[in-house]
Design a protein around this ligand. Structure first.
Ligand code: GAL
Length: 688
């Protein structure tokens, strides 16, 4: 079928074919477009691949096909846990908790992918989108993939390979198709254009970049208050505490009001506030009959229940208003963040969710609602915070396309550590954030490795929902439950130190998130985004960049390994912990108790004090580290750290510049330079 891509913006093209569906994700989630910024971009040409594309619409659904060259590589499709490079794969993108295999099922299956040729494609559909990267072969088009010889093992026999010469996007049952193409010149550039189109990245409040402790699920108000005192007394630097389902009078599903176990919520919020700690509330979006909003929201919900509650139709304005108004009440009480659990549905752990054929008042069916559910709930909650002029940094277990502006970090605990890290890398391709949360461990070493990875992730999260005592007092879940605690505090000291390092990184991270907000540059991204020329990084899914200057290479927690190999990109690099200089473009085996972290040569790193608890009134005392002889100026950002005033222009970029005798910074109420340290010039030595 004849089809034409139309230019929407200098770097964005759109293809529409067939009949338009009543509600597409862009209509529901897409109102935040950073149009002004996108209009300033230089006009890009439509990628040649798309000039050869074709569309077919018939009773099967809508099919888009484009030719692919052997050299092109594809990444993305949201939070893929099981694979990184997508060539040769066919993925059916369905929102699903705890996907056991590499099928496309995911907590956040965004139908958006990027190509190494520097463009990205978004299939704007809430239906299950199937994307095929050269896995299927049209008759007569097979390339030479060795077919003909039979492998003598199943791994090779069933290995997915790129055999075909086209990429297809198929949307079963769809009467039409709407695709967007973002041209950025590089993978990173294409992702930036996509993120800007979705509304730019989220900007967390300052406190959101600190550490979060999620309490034991059976803890009462008294228990939580005692824990707050204990954490303070033992100087464990947490700026957020999370209550699990039990704060409510009913869960699962959610009543969304405090129950008997929390008789004085105002007192709890006050106690937390006195200690500079924000409170995060666990919720399910399924509303229980005992909830004060049940009667009001029921008519605007789907025809099937989930966990005994109604599933509001968040595509329907009235449902958003009712749910959002109730959230505002909780926000006014003091709830600074939410954890929206189980909005992903599951086919693998108990089949709990509404079925695909469920009808909803907006006209979307169960399949479409399911894919969009997390994103729509997140949007509803974000809008409630916005109406209160307060920013949040919350958690959600499902998301979709258009994720960048939503201040929600994805989580789940049912994966191994390697999958956690791969998800962190993959999230960066699709405007998503993921936290490889810490839970119970088999050994003290494993716990430390897990904490190391979370403090260098989007959300530094210790999830102790299953254990009454903090995991650093007993890492073993059964012993923890029996209150058999470790005799010494060695483990606690190690964890405290790491949580302190997270606090030190807040100014740097805040700057990276600001860039995400303004330019769409993901604050956490796989190495292939920054170093696309280096072939060795094309499949690297266990190392990533945090901001522009830090390379993070966690040591896997659950393998018992004490070291790992790290390939450093070309150029000079410095060990974050020792200041030792490394020559890039080489492999290093690192046997270390620390998490390997490297700082790029000729950069500046502003580090706060471990005790600087991030919040509205914090004045960060900075140690500015200079790496190399010509560190680039670094841009810190100053605003109230909590409201949306920055969108109204109340923010300032503060450029730190190296001078002959130190570092110059404009006067600031937020940051104070305590000392400047030139790294790697002394006895740090050099490794080649
Ligand atoms: C799970 C969630 C956990 C915890 C638990 C509480 O679904 O992943 O983090 O919140 O529910 O019941």
């Amino acid at each position: 079928m004849e089809q034409t891509w139309k230019r929407l913006l200098p770097t964005v093209f759109c293809l529409e074919a067939g009949e338009k569906e009543a509600l597409l994700p862009q209509d529901i989630l897409g109102s935040r477009k950073k149009e002004e910024k996108l209009l300033t971009m230089e006009e890009a040409a439509l990628p040649v691949q798309l000039c050869g594309s074709a569309v077919r619409i018939d009773r099967n659904g809508a099919l888009f096909t484009m030719p692919v060259s052997e050299k092109e590589r594809f990444y993305g499709l949201g939070l893929q846990m099981h694979s990184f490079l997508q060539n040769g794969k066919r993925k059916r993108l369905t929102t699903n908790a705890d996907a056991p295999g590499d099928t496309g099922d995911s907590h956040a299956p965004a139908p958006f992918f990027v190509s190494s040729a520097g463009y990205g494609i978004l299939a704007d559909s809430a239906r299950t989108v199937e994307v095929d990267f050269g896995c299927s072969v049209r008759c007569g088009q097979r390339g030479d993939d060795g077919a003909g010889s039979v492998a003598d093992n199943t791994q090779e026999l069933y290995q997915e390979k790129q055999r075909g010469q086209e990429v297809t996007i198929f949307i079963k049952g769809a009467p039409g198709l709407r695709l967007y193409c973002f041209v950025g010149g590089t993978i990173k550039g294409a992702v930036e254009q996509y993120n800007l189109f979705c509304g730019g990245g989220c900007l967390p409040p300052l406190w959101g970049l600190g550490n979060l402790y999620r309490c034991y699920t059976q803890m009462t108000q008294e228990g939580v208050e005692a824990l707050l005192c204990q954490l303070e007394k033992e100087r464990m630097p947490f700026s957020m505490i999370g209550l699990e389902p039990g704060w409510q009078s009913h869960a699962y599903s959610s009543s969304l009001v405090f129950g008997d176990a929390f008789p004085h919520p105002e007192r709890l919020f006050e106690t937390a506030q006195e200690k500079g700690v924000k409170v995060n509330l666990w919720e399910q979006a399924y509303v229980h009959p005992s909830s004060p909003i049940f009667q009001k929201i029921k008519p605007y919900s789907g025809e099937y229940e989930v966990w005994g509650g109604v599933a509001p139709d968040f595509a329907f304005k009235k449902a958003r208003e009712i749910y959002g108004a109730h959230q505002q009440k909780l926000i006014r009480m003091g709830a600074a963040a939410m954890k929206l659990d189980e909005c992903d549905g599951s086919d693998y752990t108990g089949h709990w969710f509404f079925p695909d054929y469920a009808r909803f008042p907006s006209g979307l069916n169960g399949e479409e609602e399911r894919n969009l559910y997390g994103a729509m709930v997140a949007r509803t909650i974000e809008e409630a915070y916005r109406r209160e002029d307060r920013r949040t940094f919350s958690q959600i277990r499902a998301n979709y396309s258009h994720g960048a502006p939503l201040p929600f970090v994805l989580y789940s605990d049912l994966y191994d550590h390697g999958q956690f890290l791969r998800a962190l890398c993959n999230a960066g391709f699709s405007g998503l954030l993921w936290s490889p949360e810490v839970r119970q461990s088999q050994s003290a070493e494993e716990l430390v490795r897990r904490v190391q990875a979370v403090v260098f992730s989007p959300l530094s999260l210790i999830n102790a929902w299953m254990v009454p005592n903090p995991p650093w007092k007993q890492f073993d879940i059964d012993q923890n439950k029996r209150n058999e605690l470790l005799e010494d505090s060695v483990l606690q000291e190690r964890v405290r130190r790491l949580l302190g390092v997270r606090n030190r990184l807040v100014p740097y991270l805040y700057a990276a998130f600001f860039r995400y907000e303004q330019d769409g540059t993901p604050p956490f991204r796989p190495l292939v985004m920054d170093y696309p020329q280096e072939e060795r990084f094309w499949e690297t899914d266990d190392c990533y960049m945090m901001g522009d200057f830090l390379l993070i290479a966690p040591i896997l927690a659950d393998t018992g390994q004490t070291g790992r190999e790290v390939r450093l990109p070309e150029g000079g690099w410095y060990d974050f912990w020792t200041g030792e200089r490394y020559v890039g473009g080489q492999d290093y085996w690192l046997e270390t108790e620390e998490i390997p972290v490297f700082v790029k040569e000729n950069s500046m790193l502003p580090l706060a004090e471990e005790t600087d608890m991030p919040g509205r009134d914090t004045v960060f005392s900075l140690e500015v580290r200079l790496y190399g002889e010509n560190p680039k100026p670094f841009c810190l950002v100053e605003d109230d750290g909590e409201s949306f005033a920055y969108e109204r222009g109340e923010q300032r970029a503060l450029w730190l510049e190296k001078t002959e005798d130190g570092v110059r910074m404009p006067e600031s109420y937020r940051y104070r330079i305590e000392r400047v340290v030139q790294m790697g010039m002394g006895d740090g030595g050099m490794r080649e």
